[in-house]
Design a protein around this ligand. Structure first.
Ligand code: ASP
Ligand code: MG
Length: 427
């Protein structure tokens, strides 16, 4: 017997028929003797619909009231699922985040979980019930409802799994696992059986949308075994044996350090949401970088890649990237301080993307960067900026070359699915 937390996303809960299917899956797991806690997202589209209503009242709705309202999507979903499970002949009860004491700080709209009192859930499980919990929400010590940020149900699932010491947190979604890259860009993308927390965190931060970033951080911190799998694949019957552990979805685990077995690169992430800003001809002296970047970060604009050129005649060029939605705002801020920082020219380009190779195997392999640059050169793709960390290398390139870059790197680093290898696990 195992204690499993299963989280179902909006697509998996999207219609009454799908909710009934989720109930059937929960029944199979329950019938196999496992204790099941289910975390649900709102039915697909519902959270957007609610946010849209709020925005018809105000561009910046009152944060407390926003949380009161937007948390209702999950509350509808949890009760519908509990009803459907009960129809399967199994005892089930649904609870809001507040009812199972998911305590958060009071940062409305993006609250952080501080504590979970697991006693109530344990008592329900001990009584043989399936426990269904609304994702995405918590409660403050003062009793106000909070929400955890878009995609926050993943974090609810992981946090509950950590608090309960669950054997596994299963994230059911509309894809059957984590892929080497987005299968929409290359049909040769391959499902990964395993990936480390660190790699998954990089993939999520660099643009892979499979899991909310914070849920991966949380899972890594508390070492919760996390599995991404499809809610549309009926081959999972809850027989929780070694075979199951190896074959279904993608398991996200700690790095066991067996670098011999590790591929050098696990995946290629990319982010279209990039814009580059170049500040030309600023005096090359202490304080320049700070004078340029401080007003940007004061405006809560996130800065990503940074590049300063070698100086010529005591002047230098300074470039950095921001998220595309912040591009105009960042340019306007710089236009205001242009004279103060003695810049000759400021220009930008929001037609760029970031492509990143991710892999813990990089730590023990030299030459990954040079091979990456060589592959891009062979494809006539110009690199505008580079940034690296221990387990990733990112380059900024023109958006028009994105597909070509991803496809050729995917092949060059041996990630392509081989002929005949099934795309779907276990088939
Ligand atoms: N329903 C929320 C959202 O759409 C939370 C979630 O789905 O994880 O962002
Ligand atoms: Mg989601």
């Amino acid at each position: 017997m195992a204690l499993i937390v299963q989280k179902y996303g909006g697509t998996s809960m999207g219609t009454i028929d799908r909710i009934k299917n989720v109930a059937k899956r929960v029944k199979r797991w329950h019938d196999n003797g496992h204790q099941i806690v289910v975390v649900v997202s709102a039915m697909s589209g519902e959270t957007n619909r609610l946010i849209d209503l709020a925005q018809q009242i105000s561009r910046t709705p009152n944060p407390r009231e926003y949380d009161q309202m937007v948390s209702t999507g999950e509350q509808v979903a949890m009760s519908l699922l509990a009803m459907a499970i009960i129809e399967q002949g199994i005892e089930a009860r649904s609870f809001t985040g507040g009812q199972v004491a998911i305590l958060t700080d009071d940062t409305h709209n993006k609250a952080r979980i501080e504590d979970i009192d697991d006693a109530k859930i344990r008592a329900e499980l001990a009584a043989g019930r399936v426990v269904v919990v609304a994702g995405f929400q918590g409660i403050t010590s003062e009793g106000n409802i909070t929400t955890l940020g878009r995609g926050g149900s993943d974090t609810t699932g992981v946090a509950l799994a950590a608090a309960l010491g669950a054997d596994e947190c299963q994230i059911y979604t509309d894809v059957d696992g984590v892929y080497t890259t987005d299968p929409r860009v290359t049909s040769k993308a391959r499902k990964l059986d395993k990936i480390t927390f660190e790699e998954m965190l990089e993939m999520a931060s660099l643009g892979s949308k499979v899991l909310q970033i914070r849920s991966v951080e949380f899972a890594g911190k508390y070492q919760v075994p996390l599995r991404v799998l499809s809610s549309f694949d009926d081959n999972q019957d809850g027989s929780f044996d070694d075979n199951f552990r190896q074959n279904v979805g993608t398991l996200i685990t700690v790095d066991e350090g067996d670098t011999m077995e590790q591929p050098v690169i696990s995946g290629i992430a990319f982010n279209r949401d990039e814009a580059k800003i170049v500040v030309r001809g600023v005096p090359d002296r202490p304080g320049v970088a700070s004078a340029i970047l401080t007003p940007i970060s004061d405006a809560h604009i996130e800065i990503d890649m940074i590049l300063q050129n070698l100086s010529t005649d005591g002047n230098t060029d300074f470039s950095f990237t921001v998220n595309r939605p912040d591009f105009d705002k960042a340019l306007a801020i710089l236009a205001n301080i242009k004279a103060d920082i003695e810049a000759k020219e400021i220009h930008g380009d929001d037609d760029v993307v970031k492509v990143s190779l991710v892999g813990v195997g990089m730590r023990s392999h030299a030459g990954v960067a040079s091979k990456m640059f060589q592959v891009l050169a062979e494809n006539n793709i110009n690199i505008q900026m580079i940034s690296t960390s221990e387990i990733k290398i990112s380059v900024l390139i023109k958006e028009q070359y994105l597909d070509k870059a991803v496809k050729s790197l995917h092949t060059a680093f041996g990630l392509d699915r081989t002929e005949g290898e099934s795309k779907i696990a276990g088939l």
